[in-house]
Design a binder for this molecule. Structure first.
Ligand code: KG4
Ligand code: ZN
Length: 337
């Protein structure tokens, strides 16, 4: 069995995955959303302190599996340094005491492997990765070859949901709140500009849209003066415009890329309106749409464990002394993850 640990942001999670059957046999996650909601975003120092408490609490429930472990997997990049450190310290300690190898896991690769928690690995894939920290389209050939085809020039999709929700005084995380309000809203009441609509670049940009939302809130007299219907209409218009942008830029890739399997992963990949819009785009371009199970879109340790199964098979182990937290380095078009 492999024990996997995820602590890159505000979720503390541990999973146990069986090597032979690839089955997930234990998974527990303690989310810190409530604690960070007060600040309208994740406070790294607070996240770190909460991981220190939550990780041993979860490990306690998995203690019966410890004697059967063959390896430990832990997210070591990218993420908040002080948050990653908690998972890494725990992973190193267990690996050292049990004399078993350590697998360092790239968080974005783990999100891609969330697709295979309940199914077999299948490549090649085009992947839209939309999370709180990242927004990318990747061409994934196999375990080692994951190339960025397009990335955001500024904010990520999840971040833009969070920031718009914060500006409207709606709480954190903003994605699910905005998605719910949008269902009751008129997506055409306001006029927000679709980012980069006249630009040929194949990239995403969301900070201009965020600014347009801010100006609209001001025009309505500030968040204090917005009615519930104003909030629903603005949430719907924002989500609609963001989706139009994602579709417009993805289309440019679909027009040339021959890969027929397309997947959506990451926290914002739970958004049903985004899934539906890409479902229609995939139909048009005769691609098959794959999505991660809803429970494994946001950060979790099951996806870290699923990635680790393939790493274990390929013997991709890392010496204890070589693992340290790596915070986000700039990932640009053409880079391999
Ligand atoms: O993948 P994730 O858990 O963490 C990172 O790796 O960043 O993604 C968290 C992000 C948050 O920004 C949250 O607002 C967003 O995913 N999110 C959503 C939805 N559920 C979560 N965004 C849009 N619609 C949703 N339903
Ligand atoms: Zn994530």
């Amino acid at each position: 069995m492999i024990l996997s640990i995820e602590s890159s942001c505000d979720d503390s999670a541990i999973a146990i995955t069986q090597i032979e059957t690839k089955k997930l046999i234990f998974h527990r996650k303690l989310s810190q959303e409530k604690e960070h909601a007060h600040y309208g975003g994740v406070v790294p120092e607070l996240a770190s302190r909460l991981h220190t408490i939550a990780l041993p609490e979860i490990l306690h429930h998995a203690k019966d599996y410890l004697p059967s472990l063959k390896a430990i997997a832990v997210t070591n990049q990218p993420g908040l340094g002080v948050a990653l450190l908690e998972g890494i310290a725990m992973a190193k300690t267990i690996a050292f005491l049990q004399k078993i190898p350590l697998i360092a896991v790239h968080h974005l690769k783990a999100h891609i492997y969330s697709l295979f928690i309940e199914t077999k690995t299948h490549f090649p894939l085009l992947v839209l990765l939309i999370s709180g920290g990242h927004t990318q389209i990747l061409e994934v050939q196999d375990f080692d070859h994951m190339k960025i085809l397009a990335t955001t020039m500024d904010d990520s999709v999840g971040e833009s949901f969070d920031k718009c929700a914060k500006m409207m005084g709606l709480g954190y995380p903003g994605g699910p709140i905005i998605e719910t309000l949008a269902k009751e809203g008129d997506a055409h009441r306001f006029s927000l500009p679709i980012p980069l609509i006249n630009s040929p670049v194949v990239a995403f940009s969301l900070s201009g849209l965020k600014n347009a939302v801010r100006l609209q809130i001001e025009a309505l007299g500030g968040k204090e003066n917005m009615s519930r219907q104003d909030r629903c209409d603005l949430a719907a218009t924002f989500q609609h415009t963001l989706i139009a942008h994602l579709i417009h830029k993805s289309k440019k890739i679909f027009e040339h890329n021959k890969i027929v399997d397309f997947a959506i992963v990451g926290g914002a990949g739970a958004n049903i309106a985004i899934r539906d819009a890409f479902g229609q785009l995939c139909n048009k371009y005769r691609k098959n749409l794959h999505t991660a199970p809803l429970a494994y879109c946001s950060d979790n340790a099951a996806m870290v464990g699923r990635y680790a199964l393939d790493a274990y098979r390929l013997k991709r182990f890392t010496p204890l002394v070589d693992i340290a937290p790596l915070t986000t380095k700039k990932l640009t078009q053409g880079n391999l993850l």
